[in-house]
Design a protein around this ligand. Structure first.
Ligand code: SF4
Length: 214
């Protein structure tokens, strides 16, 4: 747990609650990235694409040290934290982001909150997480406003904040088409990336065609 004092003085937690991990993806931000979805979100965006990640019960407890070991075994440019809501797990997310930062990895965070709401929270763990974030994508996902112009972004209301100089809005990578990744892990199908309805329809069609749908 964090202790009192300035954010820099806090001890970081050792464990966090994860709903899902994709060790290497190109569908959740610039370059090859480690992506982690937290288990638990207090928001209720209509059309949330990860309803199974909303309860704070479930998922799996994972040691941050084990995650760092995974990073060292793969060539990644950075990490992306998604929801569940990363800022509802601000201490664990901040710990992870700081570890990434110390290893030279970039940090991208998707949140259903607005940046202004987070900055007004006066919460030390939130401040640490913001300070360790290079790219913040904020605002609730709105299913009826799918974003087909900005890669990696779910809906047009969401804003991209470049909190450090590491990435820029005019980087050509943002103009490329959105992508969806589908992985088959034994009997499990893992889908990540563009959450729009047409993309999910494509995935369900693929499941039917492959006989994977139950
Ligand atoms: S913030 Fe994300 S996980 Fe939470 S309800 Fe909205 S879309 Fe779902």
């Amino acid at each position: 747990m964090f202790h009192s004092g300035t954010p820099e003085a806090y001890n970081l937690p050792m464990i966090l609650q994860s709903a899902s991990i994709v060790p290497v993806t190109e569908a959740e931000g610039p370059g090859r990235r480690f992506a982690l979805w937290f288990q638990g979100c207090p928001l209720r965006c209509p059309g949330c694409c990860n309803p199974e990640y909303l309860p704070f019960q479930g998922g799996q407890s994972i040691a941050i040290a084990d995650i760092v070991k995974q990073w060292k075994q793969s060539e990644i440019e950075g990490i992306t934290l998604l929801g569940g809501e990363p800022f509802a797990h601000a201490e664990g997310a901040a710990a992870l982001a700081r570890e990434a930062q110390s290893l030279g990895l970039s940090v991208m965070v998707f949140t259903g909150y607005l940046r202004e709401e987070l900055e007004a929270k006066n919460d030390p763990a939130t401040a640490v997480l913001l300070a360790a974030t290079d790219i913040l994508v904020d605002g609730p996902y709105e299913r009826e406003r799918p974003d087909t112009a900005r890669r990696w972004i779910g809906s047009t209301n969401q804003r991209i904040h470049f909190l450090t100089p590491r990435y820029r809005a005019d980087d050509p990578c943002w103009q490329k088409p959105n992508t969806l990744e589908i992985r088959v892990r034994g009997a499990e199908i893992v889908v990540n990336g563009f959450p729009a309805i047409p993309a999910l329809g494509l995935w369900k069609g693929w499941k039917r065609k492959s006989g994977a749908e139950s």
